[in-house]
Design a protein around this ligand. Structure first.
Ligand code: NAD
Length: 259
């Protein structure tokens, strides 16, 4: 497959290394210089590719989607921190396939299911206070991570004692009905997410810890291989369910949400 790398930073390089191993050809590497122009200019850089893989910054996402539509190039959006304008752009980019997701690690999707099941058990037993902590390298701009966002959504859905979640520590006295999501940005941590269930007599933790960026890059390539030749907008969860042939009705896979 011919691949255009939209964003040639840490993730762009990781995707390139994995793409070589999977015998794909990289036909464009787009860094800040090429990404500054209009969608029409960007489309010219994408037109030779079968699939474009975007790892940039959220404010660029609508333009990247528009460019992929103009070029007729399928698109994998790995960038996080984009807004509603990107979702609107996805809906109006006809004739191409798009996969998006805040976390392309297959292990994280297994982790979501384990965390969802754990929340159901905790909800039945009662007496535990649930929270989420995520840690990433100091270069990550958005917080909480898209993965923590999704994790919090799926936990609040399953925990009767939590009616909402909030990013950051509580200002004064913690509200027992709020699930707090805290973020650490330090050094070069590739990405770690913990769900803690804190009880009077004990504490239960479920953690996913990425060892590096290769897991995300490999998932992005699996998504690229899957989307090529398909039409429509898919979350990575939907793609993973189909790739792994899992039951797509499994409630614990949750609804995907990008910021
Ligand atoms: P990075 O900073 O190493 O690379 C970003 C790229 O975007 C670079 O090529 C940079 O030149 C370009 N860029 C940045 N700001 C720009 C601007 N204003 N205009 C034009 N170009 C600009 O970042 P990274 O670690 O590769 O991560 C990129 C994105 O991918 C982030 O949003 C990150 O959160 C996300 N991410 C997602 C996953 C996933 O599994 N979905 C995994 C890791 C990272």
């Amino acid at each position: 497959m011919k691949i255009a790398l939209v964003g040639y930073g840490r993730m762009g390089h990781a995707v390139e290394a994995q793409a070589r191993d999977r015998e794909h050809e990289i036909v464009a590497r787009l860094g800040r210089g090429e990404l500054g122009g209009r969608a029409r200019d960007l489309a010219e850089h994408l037109s030779d590719a079968d699939v474009a893989i975007d790892f940039t910054v959220g404010e660029l996402t609508p333009r990247v989607i528009e460019a992929a539509g103009l070029a007729g190039t399928d698109l994998v959006v790995g960038t996080t921190g984009f807004g509603d304008d990107a979702h609107e752009a996805m809906e109006s980019a006809g004739g191409i396939g798009i996969v998006h997701g805040p976390n392309f690690s297959i292990g994280v999707h297994v982790f979501f299911r384990i965390a969802g099941q754990a929340a159901r058990l905790i909800d039945g037993v009662g007496g535990y206070d649930t929270h989420v902590n995520e840690a990433h390298h100091r270069h990550k701009r958005d917080h909480p991570s898209g993965t923590a966002w999704r994790l919090a959504d799926l936990l609040v859905e399953r925990l009767g004692d939590k009616t909402q979640w909030r990013s950051g520590p509580p200002a004064e006295q913690p509200d027992p009905a709020t699930l707090y999501v805290t973020s650490v940005r330090a050094g070069e941590i590739p990405g770690s997410h913990t769900v803690g269930f804190d009880g009077v007599h004990d504490r239960i933790e479920v953690t996913h810890e990425a060892r590096g960026r290769d897991g995300f890059a490999s998932g992005a390539l699996r998504a690229a291989e899957w989307i090529h030749g398909r039409d429509g907008v898919f979350t990575f969860t939907e793609v993973i369910d189909r790739i792994l042939d899992l039951d797509t009705d499994d409630a614990d896979s949750g609804e995907e949400r990008d910021e």
